[in-house]
Ligand binder design. Structure first.
Ligand SMILES: Nc1ncnc2c1ncn2[C@@H]1O[C@H](COP(=O)(O)OP(=O)(O)OP(=O)(O)O)[C@@H](O)[C@H]1O
Length: 253
């Protein structure tokens, strides 16, 4: 087992964002996290990735409790994430964007150091080599020297995923990666997620595009008002009356 969420509750003053949510993410799978707006999906990612400390409950990663660790500590253990809003640096090149993501892995620091020593130069060239390799995973290596701001929106999302890969994670948490993408870009994204999963990345996906989730995920967890209301394979979840009611109640989103 890779990631285990146990009885997680998260409250903001009077608002319960999550109530006793538990589920496991199995290694090598693509797990979907779905639910209407405000269901608590992003809050759960924020807890798992160390942005929020849960009010109660625990998160385990390979049997280590990570719920009290910081974002950077959890990241170093092998959990990386993207955010709903794209987090690329528009004025930097693609390869620089990915190299900044690797900065925590190099002792000398990727971009800001003056490359005086052989060790620092070697670290930089290794960081650059690996960054170009990661760009090739998402199909952007040929554009490595272009500025991020000049990429079409769909490719900026792919660059964002390459940045998340920069710390060499085992688990990738993707928060609405298809948001704002057109049909063709969604097809490319689906192929990319399948490819990354085939490369052994374990993936947890928050997504409103239910068809994309059904096509990609072997297991789906459904939240509503901070509670887990269903869990299972796509068939089970799709036919669960609680899930149908939750989606109809939210306008069929
Ligand atoms: N920092 C915060 N302070 C107060 N309330 C918050 C905070 N973050 C989230 N919430 C509340 O927690 C609940 C869950 O929000 P969350 O963003 O996790 O839902 P979501 O399922 O990701 O929604 P969406 O699909 O719209 O992104 C909402 O009621 C939200 O208003």
């Amino acid at each position: 087992m890779t990631l285990s969420v146990k009885d997680i509750s998260l409250r903001f003053g009077g608002v319960s964002a999550l109530t006793n949510v538990s589920f496991d993410v199995q290694e090598g799978q693509v797990t979907g996290l779905i639910g209407p707006n405000g269901a608590g999906k992003t809050s759960l990612f924020n807890v798992v990735s160390g942005i929020y400390t849960p009010t109660s409950g625990q998160v385990f990663y390979n049997d280590h409790e990570i719920s009290k660790l910081r974002l950077d500590q959890i990241n170093r253990l092998g959990v990386a994430r993207t955010f709903q809003n794209i987090m690329v640096f528009p004025e930097l090149s693609l390869v620089e964007n990915v190299m900044i993501g690797r900065q925590s892995r190099t002792k000398a620091g990727a971009l800001s150091s003056i490359f005086r020593t052989r060790k620092e130069r070697n670290e930089r060239s290794e960081a650059e080599r690996r960054s170009i390799e990661l760009l090739s995973y998402v199909g952007l290596d040929k554009k490595k020297d272009e500025l991020a701001k000049n990429l079409p929106y769909g490719e900026q999302r792919q660059l964002d995923i390459a940045r998340a890969l920069a710390t060499d994670p085992k688990i990738l948490l993707l928060d609405e990666p298809a948001a704002g993408l057109n049909l063709q870009e969604r097809v490319s994204l689906k192929a990319l997620i399948k490819k990354l999963n085939a490369m052994d990345y374990t993936i947890v996906l928050i997504e409103h595009d239910v068809k994309l989730v059904m096509d990609l995920c072997s297991r789906i967890v459904v939240l509503e008002y901070g509670n887990k209301i269903s869990e299972g394979d796509p068939q089970q979840v799709q036919s669960d009356p609680k899930v149908i009611a939750a989606y109809l109640g939210s306008g069929g989103e």
